[in-house]
Design a protein around this ligand. Sequence first.
Ligand code: 5GP
Ligand code: ZN
Length: 112
Amino acid sequence: MSSCIFCKIAAGEIPAQVVKKGDGMVAFRDLNPQAPTHVLVIPTTHLGSLNDAKDAAVLGKLMAFARDVALETGVASKGYRVVVNTNPDGGQTVFHLHLHVLGGRAMKWPPG
Ligand code: 5GP
Ligand code: ZN
């Protein structure tokens, strides 16, 4: 989608700190990190939100990719959190499906 900032990152049209890419997915560091490690995992094909992701295989691939990002950024063994904010009440601000991988500190529960 031409106006979508994450589509532009996926296409390399605007810069991002890419940590992993391949198989129709890209992982890059969040511009405003909420933890020492804060990486976003996106499909390169535009999907507005989790509600629009009808293909369970795509969701499985994204989750496995997020797990691999956690392993490769060194947060997996101590622990990390994967978050998918969905629509306004879920706190979604960028309407291209993304998984947040947060680690490097202990997370609190419940989330806000
Ligand atoms: P949401 O609130 O939609 O779940 O998360 C959107 C995330 O995208 C936020 O954590 C925000 O900091 C991040 N973000 C927004 N614009 C950019 C950008 O241009 N580059 C990067 N790397 N992250 C962005
Ligand atoms: Zn997009």
